[in-house]
Design a protein around this ligand. Structure first.
Ligand code: HSE
Length: 308
């Protein structure tokens, strides 16, 4: 195999109570990438369609992730990457993660899979480090592995766990057309939390994981709260509180900021409710007069998909 075409999915990081450790994979929105073997060693990025992003490998999240992988392996050839972007950078649905995860997935496949998929997470994290200054895995892990993923540990070693999720669980995500850079929305966060808030957040995270495994929608709903990050970030997102309230009224299990925003997500039981939620979210931004994209998706259990 000399060439591979893949779908690199968008993701929702944090999922309210799991800042930097929890994420889920979407099915209906993502980039496409074509990766080819080249005679020249190293990484080139020959084409980026849909966004203006650096072509120089060392300045591009896909390039940096790919170079991190190549450092660990002795390859006689190199790789060229083409990226067809559908996910807007700064949208909060894992634009940089899709590119970084897609690059390492594609290269690993062309190399004959020297790494298992879980091992690719740390290479893809190098792309996140370039994009935001922080090597978090809560977008790249679900993009690579599919479903919900939990980062049990970053240090001393990375441990990522795939979490079961109910088949009827749907995500709705709305992206108001403003850009919030992850680095900026991380800079507004407090570096200390009180014991009281930590206890609440741990309870919710445990509840959410348990609810996902046991397919207990009430427990999922009761647990979808963020006591630590949302209060600081939500002020950067116009209409946030109203969108959240309308989602719940439309039947969503819960709602919060997708990744570092400005996208807002909601989880629902069943596609019909997820569609109602999308309509309610859309109405808020129509009234405010902000353009938006809205996506409805079941949880993508596979992650990156090989197209050809
Ligand atoms: N966990 C990250 C954050 C996701 O919230 O900053 C954004 O990429």
């Amino acid at each position: 195999m000399d060439s591979i075409k893949i779908f690199a999915p968008a993701t929702i990081a944090n999922v309210s109570c799991g800042f930097d450790i929890l994420g889920l994979c979407l099915d209906t929105v993502g980039d496409e990438m074509v990766i080819k073997k080249t005679k020249e060693k190293g990484i080139t990025i020959s084409k980026i369609v849909g966004q203006t992003l650096p072509l120089e490998a060392k300045k591009n999240v896909a390039g940096v992730a790919a170079l991190a992988l190549l450092e660990k392996i002795d390859s006689d050839f190199g790789f060229d990457i083409e990226i067809y972007k559908n996910i807007k950078p700064g949208s909060g649905i894992g634009s940089s993660a899709a590119s970084a995860a897609g690059a390492v997935f594609g290269i690993n496949a062309l190399l004959g899979e020297p790494f298992i998929t879980k091992e690719l997470v740390s290479f893809a994290m190098e792309g996140e480090k370039l994009a935001s200054g922080s090597a978090h895995a809560d977008n790249v892990a679900p993009a690579l592995l599919g479903g919900f993923t939990l980062v049990r540990s970053y240090e001393p070693s990375l441990e990522v766990i795939k979490i079961n999720s109910p088949k009827e669980l749907y995500a709705t995500v709305i992206h108001p057309q403003i850009e919030i850079k992850t680095a900026d929305s991380r800079s507004v966060l407090k570096q200390q939390v009180t014991l009281k808030l930590a206890v609440k957040q741990m309870g919710n995270l445990g509840g959410l994981i348990s609810g996902l495994f046991t397919e207990d929608y009430n427990l999922i709903s009761n647990s979808l709260h963020d006591e630590i990050v949302e209060p600081y970030r939500s002020i950067l997102i116009p209409g946030f509180e109203e969108v959240k309230q309308k989602c719940i009224k439309a039947g969503a299990l819960g709602s919060g900021i997708s990744g570092s925003g400005p996208s807002i997500f909601a989880l629902s039981k069943g596609e019909a409710t997820a569609k109602k939620v999308a309509e309610s979210m859309s109405n808020v931004y129509k009234n405010i007069g902000i353009d938006f994209d809205v996506h409805i998706s079941k949880i993508n259990q596979k992650g990156i998909k090989i197209l050809s």
